[in-house]
Design a protein around this ligand. Structure first.
Ligand code: PGA
Length: 253
């Protein structure tokens, strides 16, 4: 059985010292857990100190973003090789907040996914519709084009390195949740789009996660029951005891 992936997106929270303290507390609590992949995504400045703090533990490390070019005059940006060089294994790509505040598009996400794959980083690609798109019934259309555009040119052989997070804009940070049935429908839709493009076998290997207001008290309904392969957790990932509770529940998947 594939291990569920539990990714904590710390967003723009925690100083270096706070990040190290947080991950140490988490590492202590998840000692010995090896049937789930537990991942933390701190801010850039905290990546190296957190990488050092998790050496020898079962916690994995991810970045929240990368830039797609590998070097040059791009003030303020950070590349996949730089991130990889720190011992980071994953990067979130195309997160809702990157799309909303920094104008990221599916084309940009595609360039970033390609750069991740070229540089041995595992991309966690976020997709999902807005409240308006949900209400006017275009969820299917939006999700389909986000997958097609975001994975454009990604070869079948590399597909299994990509995880896809259904991270709907209307659910992130809001405590509004999809139902189990809606989640099941989305999971099937994503698998179908992938199967049409890459074949069933390749599609089966892709982890499909859910993100948006995940808590211990709702993770069974939105992750376990609909058969998701894991979760992307924002706010609750800053509280180790909550993240551990979530990890215990997704273990049942
Ligand atoms: P949240 O964030 O858990 O705070 O809603 C989710 C996300 O970043 O995808």
């Amino acid at each position: 059985m594939r291990k569920p992936l539990l990714a904590g997106n710390w967003k723009m929270n925690k100083t270096i010292d706070e990040s190290v303290a947080l991950v140490k507390e988490l590492a202590e609590k998840v000692k010995g857990v090896d049937d789930r992949d537990i991942l933390v995504c701190p801010t850039y400045p905290a990546l190296k100190p957190v990488a050092d703090a998790i050496a020898g533990t079962n916690i994995n490390l991810g970045a929240q973003n990368i830039f797609w070019e590998e070097k040059g005059a791009f003030t303020g940006e950070v590349t996949a090789p730089m991130i990889r060089n720190l011992g980071v294994e994953y990067s979130i790509i195309g997160h809702t907040e990157r799309r909303k505040y920094f104008g990221e598009t599916d084309e940009i996400a595609n360039l970033k996914i390609k750069s991740c794959l070229k540089n041995d980083l595992l991309p966690i690609y976020c997709i999902g519709e807005s409240k308006e798109e949900r209400e006017n019934g275009s969820t299917k259309k939006v999700v389909t084009s986000q997958i097609i555009e975001g994975l454009e040119g990604i070869p079948k052989l590399k597909l299994e390195k990509v995880s896809i997070v259904y991270d709907p804009i209307w659910a992130v940070g809001t405590d509004v949740l999809p139902t189990s049935d809606e989640m099941m429908g989305i999971r099937i839709l994503i698998k179908k789009i992938l199967a049409e493009k890459y074949g069933i076998k390749a599609a089966e290997k892709v982890k499909i996660l859910y993100g948006g207001s995940v808590k211990a008290k709702n993770v069974r309904q939105i992750c376990v029951e609909p058969g998701m392969d894991g979760v992307l957790v924002g706010r609750e990932s800053l509280i180790p005891s909550e993240l551990v509770k979530i990890a215990e529940i997704i273990d049942a998947n």
